[in-house]
Design a protein around this ligand. Sequence first.
Ligand SMILES: C[S@@+](CC[C@H](N)C(=O)[O-])C[C@H]1O[C@@H](n2cnc3c(N)ncnc32)[C@H](O)[C@@H]1O
Length: 434
Amino acid sequence: MSTTTLLRVYPVWIEAVGTVLQEIFRSPLPADTILQQFFRKHRKMGKRDRAFVAETVYGMLRHYRRLAYAARRRADDLRFLTLLYLKVFGFGAASLDLPVRPSEQGALEASVQRFQHPSLPDDPVAALGLCYSLPDWLIAAWLDTLPREAVEARCAALKAPAPLTIRVNTLKTDRETVRQRLRAEGFPSRPTPYSPVGLILEEKAFIFRTRAFQEGLFEVQDEGSQLISFLTEAQPGQVVVDGCAGGGGKTLHLAALMQGKGRLYAFDIHKARLQELRPRARRADVHNIRLHVLPHNRASIVRRLYGKADVVLVDAPCSGTGVLRRNPDAAWKMTPARVTALVEQQRQILDAYAPLVRPGGRLVYATCSLLPAENEQQVHAFLERHPDFVLAPATDVLSRQGIVLPHQRDAFLRVEPATHGTDGFFAAVLLRRS
Ligand SMILES: C[S@@+](CC[C@H](N)C(=O)[O-])C[C@H]1O[C@@H](n2cnc3c(N)ncnc32)[C@H](O)[C@@H]1O
């Protein structure tokens, strides 16, 4: 007896997918924000309808270029592209009853064939770009420094959905306790291979309603992101600055490493992002954070800290090319010109925050980018401008804390989905000479 269910796909679902996609391409806002806005406007949509729309939108963003190639003349027809996507990828284990019009049938079947067996160009940039639905400029930048097989593995891994990973709040509990608590609430998980405080949920689930979450026992945070805070080796009683704190994912981890003791400054230029940190800190029982919205990086609070910080973390705004599996729309919104502007912004932020580090203290620079211009090149240029800083091997810093990170070839930390199963992160530990 077959257990496959037949799911009827309603034309309004297809329409909803098209509306959301159109807005994502039009707006500078990220896809998850647009989806949330859409669902807020359509409160009557049920749980299953929302899941269908969200999953289909994300899937289409992941494979957009190849879908458009396969659809040929109908590439501008979002209804057709959605049907094509659903024909190729389906939705979960259900078999789909799609609202295909008889006039669309032939073109759809031919497009499915072209999607599954594309005739790829000889040029490796165009071939990989089409095959993995990524822009040529990005593939070209990667092929400049990596062999084709490594680029292909990276592209393939960035196309797979990311796992749901959490960081256990060691201010309140330990990893095994959270694992048991979540299992008891119906959410089994396994330990992360590298971070000693992470768990990977066996299945994607809405875990914000669990008691364990409401009690502040964990935060959702990718394992790569968790490793960045360990590079700071922040200690209780220290003066620690999180210069680009955003919603505070890493700030909260720094607070846990400091055991809630010492001064932890969270700076950001965006008030709304920093505001997200307040309720998260309350839930996590963190009370040593001082939040400051900066009009610019030479604000008086920043100047007052010159030479005083034991640790400064610069988790810089970047292209987000390391987190494309979570934000696939970024591939289509980012441009080489935008990357150039980001590199300049990162340089300015680094130069503004470097004077805060006390002699003998450390600056940790991190991005979720996989582009050398934002990473290695940015750090080498920094070291040329600031001869009072030296690079410390990231693997040494981690191994002192019992973290063994494979596939590291030099002093930098590099993790990504293809090699570590994490999001793509880059980091450098820069020590200020005493
Ligand atoms: C990669 S995000 C930070 C993510 C955050 N650290 C976390 O772990 O959740 C970069 C942040 O830098 C902020 N930013 C951009 N320019 C800045 C500047 N000049 N000074 C401080 N923060 C800045 C952005 O608003 C954004 O929140």
